[in-house]
Every structure is written in C-alpha cells, then in structure tokens.
Design a protein around this ligand. Structure first.
Ligand code: SF4
Length: 64
C-alpha cells in the first residue's frame, strides 16, 4: 500500500498515530514518519487515519 503524507498540509495533530500507530509516528519535532512497509491488512486503519486527519494530509495512492 502506498501512502503519502503531504507535509505542507500536515499540522502535527497526531490523530493518525492515535488511530494507526503501526503506520504513523510523530517525532519530537512533530514530523510524521511512515512505516517502511504497510501490509494490506492495515488498510482499514490507514483509511481511518486519512478520514480523521483534520488537515486532509493523508492519501492512499493505490486506492481503487
Ligand atoms: S493527523 Fe494529519 S495533520 Fe495530524 S499528524 Fe497526522 S497527517 Fe499530520
């Protein structure tokens, strides 16, 4: 699964990490880091993260 976080939009709210900590991690500077690989069975969690992101900064590139 290919996930893109638009860092220009991201406001470091952290909701993505809250709902999908396996995929999203905020460092001490509030920058979002993604897991190197994201298995398909986490797709629902990533979709949830994208839907709760207040900045609409998360995109799943290969979503059909
Ligand atoms: S929820 Fe959205 S705005 Fe907040 S840290 Fe994650 S990507 Fe950034």
């Amino acid at each position: 699964m290919k996930i893109v976080v638009d860092r220009d939009l991201c406001e470091s709210h952290g909701q993505c990490e809250y709902v999908a900590a396996e995929v999203f991690h905020l460092d001490d500077d509030g920058e979002v880091h993604l897991a190197a690989t994201v298995p398909e069975d986490l797709r629902a969690k990533v979709q949830l993260a994208a839907s709760v992101c207040p900045a609409l900064a998360i995109r799943i590139e290969d979503e059909s």
